[in-house]
Design a protein around this ligand. Structure first.
Ligand SMILES: Cc1cc2nc3c(=O)[nH]c(=O)nc-3n(C[C@H](O)[C@H](O)[C@H](O)COP(=O)(O)O)c2cc1C
Ligand SMILES: Nc1ncnc2c1ncn2[C@@H]1O[C@H](COP(=O)(O)OP(=O)(O)O)[C@@H](O)[C@H]1O
Length: 305
């Protein structure tokens, strides 16, 4: 897969998906399946942005997927080329017709474009999917709009999934993602208290752009050296032992006892267990962690872990 930061004139007539695709949720998957079905031997191309347009407008959206992770999903869907464009003032102020004529027609020379039902583009988001398709049809190009994909009574969207993650509703978020929400990182050193109290934890150094679930204890899977382990993760400030406001992610892996400093890990979030608490002493914290671990073990019926 080629990743381009600028759009140059193409010699072919690709099938193009337009969108940001944070989360690569079940709605995005549908869109990519339709792209695949309509490519018919043509190159499959994604036109997307590196940074979320709303962040240029002063919002501070944290991402479900980092840029690298988002590119990895495109790669797994056998996308040939990605236009990974910085969303800046110049792009923001681009008129909707110029976007269609200069980028989609002159440069990309699209044969077919696939977008979601709520796609907007051009200055002040003046262009929508209906307008895009009308215009593309005038140029003799195909345009497909994907209907909203539902999960139960909800329209699946990146915005809704971000909210669910922030609320700790990981189960519902995962249903809409079609995979377990995960945080990748490397294992760094902590305060060495974990081992002392009988529950060593890997402290995860993660990308600051990544969305972090609500503070609390979660059932997780930890993937390390291509192996998957049942684990339990605390997201929070460790108020019992620390006065810092920094959010930490710490994972105790069941049935493992080895040094993991410096390793790359993937923490998959499965379900919320309880809120993080400030205990009056370390013994109380230790007793609670022991209960948390027992709870996870019985939930997975692995009495011998
Ligand atoms: C399953 C689990 C639950 C935890 N729950 C809490 C909690 O409710 N309150 C708290 O202050 N710290 C909690 N912690 C974090 C511990 O304070 C932390 O793991 C311990 O201080 C060891 O830190 P260290 O790895 O930096 O040595 C929890 C940790 C784990 C693994
Ligand atoms: N079951 C386990 N879960 C997590 N870490 C473990 C486990 N067994 C051993 N370790 C190792 O112990 C370290 C954590 O011990 P801990 O006392 O909590 O130190 P730190 O405060 O540096 O995280 C981990 O980084 C890892 O190398």
């Amino acid at each position: 897969m080629n990743v381009y930061e600028m759009v140059a004139k193409r010699g072919d007539t690709p099938a193009v998906a337009l969108g940001f695709f944070d989360g690569f949720h079940i709605g995005h998957k549908k869109l990519f399946e339709v792209l695949d079905a309509n490519a018919r031997g043509r190159k499959k191309v994604v036109f997307t942005f590196k940074n979320h347009p709303d962040n240029l407008l002063g919002f501070n959206i944290k991402y479900i997927l980092t840029n690298e992770e988002r590119l990895e999903f495109f790669r797994n869907y056998s996308i040939d080329d990605v236009y990974f464009i910085e969303f800046n003032k110049k792009i923001m102020q681009m008129d909707k017709d110029r976007f269609i004529e200069e980028i989609l027609i002159d440069k990309l020379n699209v044969s077919v474009v696939v977008v979601g039902y709520d796609f907007t583009f051009g200055y002040m988001a003046e262009g929508d999917s209906k307008y895009l398709c009308e215009k593309l049809h005038q140029f003799g190009r195909k345009c497909i709009v994907i209907d909203p994909v539902m999960y139960q009574e909800h329209i699946v969207s990146s915005t809704l999934i971000r909210r669910l993650i922030l609320e700790g509703n990981i189960k519902l978020a995962n249903c809409m993602l079609g995979f377990n929400f995960f945080i990748n990182g490397t294992v760094k050193r902590g305060n060495r208290l974990g081992k002392k109290i009988g529950f060593p934890t890997i402290n995860i150094k993660f990308d600051k752009e990544k969305i972090v679930p609500r503070k609390g204890v979660y059932i997780t899977n930890t993937i390390i050296d291509d192996k998957r382990y049942l684990s339990i993760t605390n997201v929070g400030t460790n108020p019992t032992v620390s006065a810092s406001e920094n959010i930490k992610i710490e994972t105790h892996i069941l049935s493992v006892d080895k040094n993991m400093y410096g390793k790359r890990v993937k923490i998959e979030f499965i379900d919320f267990v309880r809120e993080e608490k400030k205990f009056s002493n370390i013994d109380e914290l230790k007793n609670q962690i022991a209960k948390d671990v027992e709870y996870v073990k019985t939930l997975f019926c692995k009495a011998n872990i």
